[in-house]
Design a binder for this molecule. Sequence first.
Ligand code: CUA
Length: 351
Amino acid sequence: MKGWMGKAKAIFLLSFTALLLAGCGRENLTALVPKGYGAEQSMKLIILTTVVMGSVFIIVCIILAFVLFKFRRKKGQEDFIPKQVEGHKGLEVIWTVIPIILVIIMAVPTTLVSFDLADASDAKDHLNIKVTGNQYWWHFDYEGEDIQTSQDLYIPVGEKVYLNMISTDVIHSFWVPAISGKMDVNPENVNTMYIEAYEEGVYYGKCAEFCGPSHSLMDFKVIAVSKEEYDKWVADMQNYDPEKDKPESAIAQEGKELFEQNNCMACHAIGSSPNQVGPNLTNFGNRSKLAGIEEHTKEKVIEWIQDPESLKPGNLMTGKYPKLNDDEAEKIAEYLMQLKATDITPDSAGK
Ligand code: CUA
């Protein structure tokens, strides 16, 4: 009875784990459905190593089963001692050489891919973006373009884009599983990697290095759009003048005034200002997520500006400004939700 229970438990655990892992395969957030150059190269290595190691496992199982069956002790052989092969030269050579060959089969392509993905020799011929990791958000500075954004990284589809990455505080790791491998983002030095998306669409990015209480909430998006849409986005961003952008409604206008009175501009920039103490809010109205993780609705924005700590523990915004009452928070939220420099949005990508 006990043995049966053990088996049932094992089967349950196995199916549960399989079910849980199956849930990891969200589209555009999985390395197993690659949609970019780096992810595609990684996938080839995943397949190669899985085939090699899987074959070893299967072959060893077959040999083991064969030996167990063929050489099991038979009736009348109780005192029989089989031929001893300890130190057999042929066997020793075989089980030394085979693993070496297998390691070479896996190591050579892995090394080639690693060098390929780290090759930045043609960086100056491509778009370069300075990526800054912060607890717990990302900033993107389009080098030489006079464009600054946060959280949403717009790139042209099918083109190599170089990311020069640094952190303002602790070590983060930039990871967009569906289009690229991971790269550490350090405070001391710039790490460079390139990404290339094959299809238009929104790709989900994660911080992949434990960096504090809200590490798992440090999400961002890479939005790959057509060349035409990208050019329009660049032109819209460059032509955007926050001074000339009048709020859409009287409530939003009041929100703008409250935004200024509460000194929000000390940390947040609107337009291409280099100020990046906090996320740049130029396209806040076009974001698909609030703070990277929450639903992008006015209600959530109100909740966020009244108590950011409850949504993203350890963030640097908490306590930096006076407490806002419901009326003030609603007006500021109204103002933020209508901030748009362009009509190219995550929703329009790939449509
Ligand atoms: Cu940043 Cu984890």
